[in-house]
Design a protein around this ligand. Structure first.
Ligand SMILES: O=C(O)CCC(=O)C(=O)O
Ligand SMILES: [Fe+2]
Length: 278
């Protein structure tokens, strides 16, 4: 789904993508400072570790608090926890950029959140459920947002920057710095997503497929790399509360659970949905 008139000005989107790009311009030594050291590190840099994943990515954990109310106290860590010294770490050589990058990504996530909630309300309605059904079932007030952005690495002989996969979470809103790269699987074929400048791609994640008992299907997608120009893809994944569990809405179940159905129906690239309940 391509979204236009989404209410976030083009200049702000440009600024977000530029800040990400500046972050990737830091030296490897500087970026290593932002490798995750603590569970609650808000801004993290790392590289794809799975075969064929040529990404380098920056992640923002914009969850308000790493908080699991139903778990023992030891599982609840607030961002202000003094034992997590690496939170908000600033690099000596670049004292401004990463904090600034984190702030601007946070602001971008906040602005996107309302759009995501509005789409999820529309999806609830389309299923004959009350508007706030998904929000309430997934406890989105303390939901988890993550931003991945990455420049293409040198793509050697392999044009695939990120292999076929579907995303965890409920809904993903994506912008990109240059057109092209993202492909979606439709009827077994790869279709390029041509996204107009300043528009946003919205696609469904695995948890929404589970929740809706397969009525909304998680989008299988991949990214084709590009050696000539840096492309930043910036998906925000809107996820459920760390304390919630994705399971089929009882109002939508029929003949057993969706987990059972998906597990006897393996298809390429659907690893997340085929591994069974967590
Ligand atoms: O860069 C993109 O267009 C998409 C990236 C993606 O699919 C992901 O990070 O899961
Ligand atoms: Fe993805």
């Amino acid at each position: 789904m391509e979204l236009v008139n989404h209410g976030v000005p083009e200049s702000f989107i440009k600024e977000v993508l530029e800040r990400c790009s500046e972050f990737f311009d830091l030296t490897e030594k500087e970026k290593i400072e932002y490798e995750p050291k603590c569970l609650t590190d808000k801004i993290r840099w790392s590289k794809g570790s799975k075969p064929g994943d040529q990404r380098e990515f920056l992640k923002l954990i914009s969850h308000p608090e790493f908080h699991r109310p139903a778990k023992p106290a030891a599982f609840s860590i607030k961002h202000s926890d003094p034992t997590c010294a690496s939170i908000n770490v600033t690099n000596k050589n670049n004292p401004i950029l990463p904090q600034f990058t984190s702030d601007i990504l946070q602001e971008y996530c906040n602005r996107r959140r309302e759009v995501a909630l509005e789409i999820l309300r529309g999806i609830s309605r389309s299923l004959g459920l009350e508007d706030c059904y998904i929000e309430n079932a997934m406890r989105l007030k303390s939901g988890f947002d993550a931003v991945n952005s990455y420049p293409p690495c040198l793509l050697s002989n392999n044009p695939i920057g990120l292999p076929s996969h579907s995303d965890p979470s409920l809904l993903i809103l994506l912008i990109q710095s240059v057109d092209g790269g993202l492909q979606l699987q439709r009827d077994g074929k790869w279709v390029s997503a041509n996204i107009a400048p300043n528009s946003v791609v919205a696609h469904i994640g695995d948890h929404l497929e589970i929740l809706t008992n397969g009525k909304y299907k998680s989008a299988v997608h991949r990214v084709i790399g590009n050696n000539s120009v840096r492309r930043i893809g910036l998906p925000i994944a809107f996820g459920l509360s760390l304390d919630a569990l994705a399971s089929s809405a009882p109002e939508l179940t029929y003949e057993g659970t969706y987990w059972e159905a998906t597990q006897c129906n393996m298809t390429e690239g659907r690893t997340k949905l085929n591994t069974g309940p967590p």
